[in-house]
Write a protein that binds this ligand. Structure first.
Ligand code: CAA
Length: 248
């Protein structure tokens, strides 16, 4: 693919609800969007569906919790398309259970996929961004990083860690044209949220002042601003988009 002076955006976890909306919006804005996935079968199905809607996006596979796989993914993107200018760390999982039942495996898998992945992807993205004096990094956190959530000790810890990461990396890269920000969605109508048992989900919706779940597009809209040249003064920030569920 010819880069043709277009910026390259890598979206991790692109086949999920928020990831899909981000991919589409960034593509509509004229970026070359590389859609990262973990599950090939799901990604192929996703890709076929998007092609029918007019979105032909290059795909990239890696287990984002694995440093070496991420390194190879970045090498492949560089060789096939060009360096990544915009990185959206969106891949994430839940393993919800009360702490007294939480296993070390459930703790580690959520920390590795949701937080260590951010280290892995940023580590491989950052040097070319420094060399180009341009970069945009956005870490997708969660309202539950800020407020806590019954059953999510692992997830809340990982998502809160993400914002500490954001703030420190923002300090280190601010003079080099690179911005690093966190976006913290509330409960959005995605597969992940729809997997919460209906009765519990309804109790959660009742706590959202706006009175409904968010839409993936409402999250993706702010991403298009944050990656743009207009947002060069915005760094180290957290954008809470949660329908008023947590105000602070
Ligand atoms: N507050 C207080 N008590 C609660 C509770 C809550 N929110 N939820 C359950 N309990 C109580 C139950 O009433 C029960 O009490 P008793 O023992 O007295 O009967 C007890 O806790 C159940 O405890 P368990 O150890 O059996 O709980 P569990 O291991 O089965 O876990 C759960 C339950 C799976 C965590 C379930 O509560 C749940 O699914 N909660 C929703 C979690 C959630 O919101 N996840 C978000 C997923 S989406 C996402 O993460 C995206 C994002 O960023 C927003």
């Amino acid at each position: 693919m010819d880069k043709d002076n277009k910026k390259v955006a890598l979206v991790t976890g692109s086949t999920g609800g928020i990831g899909t909306a981000i991919c589409k919006k960034l593509h509509d804005e004229g970026y070359i969007v590389v859609a990262h996935y973990r599950n090939r079968e799901k990604a192929e199905e996703w890709s076929t569906k998007l092609k029918k809607e007019g979105y032909k996006l290059p795909l990239a596979m890696a287990d984002v919790s694995d440093f070496d796989e991420v390194e190879k993914m970045f090498e492949d993107i560089k060789n096939g398309i060009g360096n990544v200018d915009i990185l959206i760390n969106n891949a994430g999982i839940t393993q919800d259970t009360s702490f007294r039942k939480m296993s070390l495996k459930q703790w580690k898998s959520v920390i590795d996929v949701n937080l260590t992945s951010v280290f892995n992807c940023c580590r491989h993205a950052i040097n070319p961004m420094l060399e180009n004096s341009f970069g945009r990094i956005i870490n997708i956190s969660s309202v539950n990083a800020q407020r806590g959530q019954f059953g999510q000790v692992n997830y809340s810890a990982a998502k809160a860690g993400m914002h500490g990461f954001t703030k420190s990396l923002a300090m280190e890269t601010a003079k080099k044209g690179i911005t690093v920000n966190t976006v913290s969605p509330g409960y959005v109508a995605t597969e992940m949220v729809m997997a919460v048992p209906e009765n519990i989900r309804n109790q959660i919706i009742a706590q959202i002042p706006v009175g409904r779940l968010g839409t993936p597009e409402e999250i993706a809209d702010i991403i298009t601003y944050l990656v743009s040249d207009k947002a060069g003064f915005v760094t180290g920030a957290n954008f809470a988009i949660n329908g008023g569920q947590h105000v602070y």
